[in-house]
Design a protein around this ligand. Structure first.
Ligand code: ATP
Ligand code: LTN
Length: 333
């Protein structure tokens, strides 16, 4: 059997953005060639924000639709919705018993979000979020987890938990490795190139997969750059432009230095115009395919149900291994 991969994304927006796509989804698709791949829409993770029920339903399907449209192939990958496999929540409970309070308190994503939301807006699910993420990964014995740079610390915690359980109870879990591709591990906000492109950022700073072409062009043309005119990759001095060059290179498959050569002697206006064309052309078929899936919810739900059925089998096997090792008595039948 090929080595296993697991990854997930939350259904927290109607559309994924270029950061989600380039940071993770491109790798999800590529890894299908070499790995046994399992991907989930992690809806339980999204519940701590109390989304509108209708929005959560719509976004859960739209997120799966975009995975499929981007090239996740249900004939080669298991694709499912996290809550359809109840073992995720069960294993998360068990792992919670192995997670230090201080350890969880040190997660930067928790620190950032709880600082923003204040004590009253911070719930326990936000705190235990990385433990559920560890359960997602460990249930499938994943060896590699394709994610963006912002998830590195959560993966470190996952590894620590796996090693801790293994040290006490024998060889229970596979210890996963992060699969993070340096060039595209962190795509930045177009309006604020010091923060990552994020669903929770300002609308002007993100490019969504489902955006209309004219919106995409406008966002790229108004992206923040610098006072110079030379198209040159310099992350420190020209972070806005460097981010645009990263996107250009990733979507066109051309090297940064080739692109710099093309625009030698030309200004940022020409460069942004060409980049807008590259992005629009690249995303158009993905958008169309995603809309097709969104318009066929029965077909989509059936793909997700198939995935969940197979995922449950694997997840139950792992959970039984864990319960047996810990001394939890299993039902006789
Ligand atoms: P966002 O910040 O966009 O709301 P999120 O943190 O809620 O994202 P998910 O939707 O659960 O994340 O998963 C997103 C995936 O995309 C993760 O693998 C994450 O590392 C990756 N990702 C998110 N933003 C970026 C970015 N700006 N650059 C690269 N990868 C990213
Ligand atoms: N926490 C991740 C989403 C996520 C995930 C996972 C990623 C939940 N479970 C398991 C990889 C593997 C995020 O990007 N916010």
């Amino acid at each position: 059997m090929s080595p296993r991969v697991f990854s997930g994304m939350q259904p927290t927006a109607d559309s994924l953005h270029l950061g989600n796509y380039l940071g993770a989804l491109v790798q999800w698709v590529a890894l299908q060639e070499t790995h046994d791949t399992i991907y989930a829409v992690v809806d339980l993770h999204a519940l701590n924000e109390h989304p509108e029920p209708e929005a959560l339903r719509r976004r859960t399907r739209a997120t799966a639709a975009q995975f499929l449209a981007a090239g996740v192939d249900p004939a080669r990958s298991l694709l499912f919705v996290q809550s359809h496999v109840p073992q995720h929540a069960e294993l998360a409970w068990v792992l919670g018993g192995f997670t230090g309070f201080g350890e969880a308190s040190r997660m930067t994503q928790f620190k950032d979000k709880s600082a923003k939301q204040g004590e009253r807006g911070t719930n326990v699910a936000l705190f235990t979020y990385p433990v559920l993420m560890a359960a997602d990964i460990l249930l499938y014995d994943a060896e590699a987890v394709p994610v963006g740079e912002d998830q590195r610390q959560h993966l470190e915690l996952t590894r620590d938990l796996a090693q801790r359980v293994n040290a006490s109870y024998g060889d229970i879990f596979t210890v996963p490795e992060p699969h993070i591709i340096k060039a595209t591990a962190k795509i930045y906000d177009l309006q604020d190139p010091s923060s990552k492109m994020s669903k929770s950022g300002g609308p002007g700073g993100i490019i969504e997969i489902l955006d209309e072409p004219k919106v995409i062009s406008k966002r790229i043309r108004s992206a923040v750059t610098d006072a110079e005119t030379e198209v040159r990759f310099d992350e420190r001095l020209k972070p806005g432009l460097a981010n645009l060059l990263t996107i250009y290179s990733a979507l066109s498959g051309r090297s940064i230095s080739d692109i710099e050569d093309d625009f030698a002697g030309k200004g940022y206006g020409d460069f942004k115009g060409a980049l807008a064309d590259v992005v629009v052309e690249f995303l158009a078929p993905i958008r169309e395919a995603a809309l097709g899936w969104i318009e066929s919810p029965d077909k989509l739900d059936s793909v997700l149900a198939d995935g969940a059925e197979k995922a449950r089998m694997i997840a139950q096997g792992t959970l039984e291994r864990v319960y047996d090792a810990l001394g939890v008595v299993r039902p006789a039948h």
